[in-house]
Design a protein around this ligand. Structure first.
Ligand SMILES: [Zn+2]
Length: 154
């Protein structure tokens, strides 16, 4: 692989919040969120925190959660909130990660009426914006597993 500083398309992917997940090598790659697991009571948290919100213990371990989960609940947004870059309609979903905590995100689908409780999803890296240096800022969204063509991991 060559390094070409003049190639503006070779910008890096950087996470919206540091430590959110391991930076994927491309957009739409599945992502595993990084969070905390309490060694005393077993509660899990995303994002990472210093003290356990359940038992106030400060002995937390960093963990990488599963990239797959299930929709616990959702809402369909049909009006564009002021200053929002999201184009309605879109679905905001609460996903219970397999063996992990619940996280809130947006469902990446053109068919919001197909979103339902119990739907299996995979978290994927999504472009948020370009920063001033030309890097692509990425966050995560849920994608219905039925729309995922990716080969399963070894
Ligand atoms: Zn705890």
């Amino acid at each position: 692989m060559t390094s070409d500083a003049t190639q503006s398309t070779a910008a890096a992917l950087i996470p919206l919040q540091p430590g959110m997940f391991r930076v994927p090598d491309r957009l739409d790659a599945s992502v595993r969120l990084l969070g905390a697991w309490c060694r005393r009571c077993g509660q899990q948290f995303f994002p990472w925190r210093v003290y356990c919100a359940a038992c106030t213990n400060g002995d937390l371990e960093q963990v990488e959660f599963a990239e797959t989960g299930e929709v616990e609940t959702f809402t369909i947004v049909r009006q564009q909130p002021p200053n929002s870059v999201m184009i309605p309609p879109y679905a905001i979903v609460r996903v219970r990660l397999d063996g992990g905590p619940s996280v809130q995100t947006v469902m990446a689908t053109d068919d919001v009426d197909a979103v339902h409780i119990g739907a299996r999803v995979r978290l994927a890296a999504r472009r948020v914006k370009e920063d001033e240096a030309g890097n692509t800022v990425v966050s995560f969204m849920a994608r219905p597993l039925s729309q995922y063509k990716e080969v399963t991991h070894a």
